[in-house]
Write a protein that binds this ligand. Structure first.
Ligand code: MMA
Ligand code: CA
Length: 198
């Protein structure tokens, strides 16, 4: 609670210094058409004032950033998300097979949680422990190389295999995370907690 309050207060203080006119800024769609602003409406950019020098646009972005910052803080406070650096981890609480878990993460605009370092691994482990359910990771066995790779086909720069794992000799093509954060290669057709990253 304390850290959330100080987090928010610091943000508000910083933003008040940056922008005095937060409440006076209209919505992006209400902004008059000025060359250079079209980029914000998804139209091709035309020469004009860069957004960084456009006070109204700048104020808008500051306002939106502030709102996002608040929402992230509330979600994190309620244990709905875990933030590590630029990544956000979240679960829908559902246990499904690997393909369904990956699909639901991708449909939500993310991918299956793929820990790239100890800190990210711990954030995912916290969710696994909270739900007391093992989770599939965004890692698969690759036929051609015989190695485990991430969903995009990149080789792993970080691993956290449990002792004596992986032991499936390519027959266990998916990877689950145990409650202690360690990994086990496992069949892909079991029901495991869906944890996505965004
Ligand atoms: C199960 C299965 C394997 C795992 C071993 C560990 C018997 O097989 O979960 O993936 O490696 O247990 O003992
Ligand atoms: Ca195994």
């Amino acid at each position: 609670m304390l850290s959330y309050s100080s987090y928010t207060l610091t943000a508000v203080a910083a933003l008040l210094v940056t922008c005095h006119a937060l409440n006076k800024c209209p919505g992006i769609s209400e902004l008059p058409d000025i060359p250079g602003r079209d980029v914000l409406k998804g139209l091709p950019q035309v020469p004009g004032l860069p957004v960084s020098l456009d006070t109204e646009c700048h104020n808008h972005l500051v306002n939106l950033e502030h709102r996002l910052f608040q929402l992230e803080a509330v979600f994190a406070l309620n244990g709905k998300i875990k933030e590590v650096g630029k990544k956000v981890f979240a679960t829908n609480g559902k246990k499904v097979d690997f393909a369904s878990a990956l699909r639901s993460c991708e449909e939500a605009g993310g991918t299956l949680a793929t820990p790239m370092n100890e800190e990210e691994n711990k954030a995912i482990m916290d969710i696994v422990k909270q739900y007391k359910q093992y989770a599939y990771l965004g890692i698969k066995h690759c036929e051609t190389s015989g190695q485990f790779m991430d969903i995009t086909g990149r080789s792993l720069s970080y691993t956290k295999w449990h002792q004596h794992e992986p032991n499936g000799k390519g027959k266990e093509k998916c990877v689950e995370m145990y409650m202690d954060g360690s990994w086990n290669d496992k069949k892909c057709n079991l029901y495991r907690l869906t944890i996505c990253e965004f």
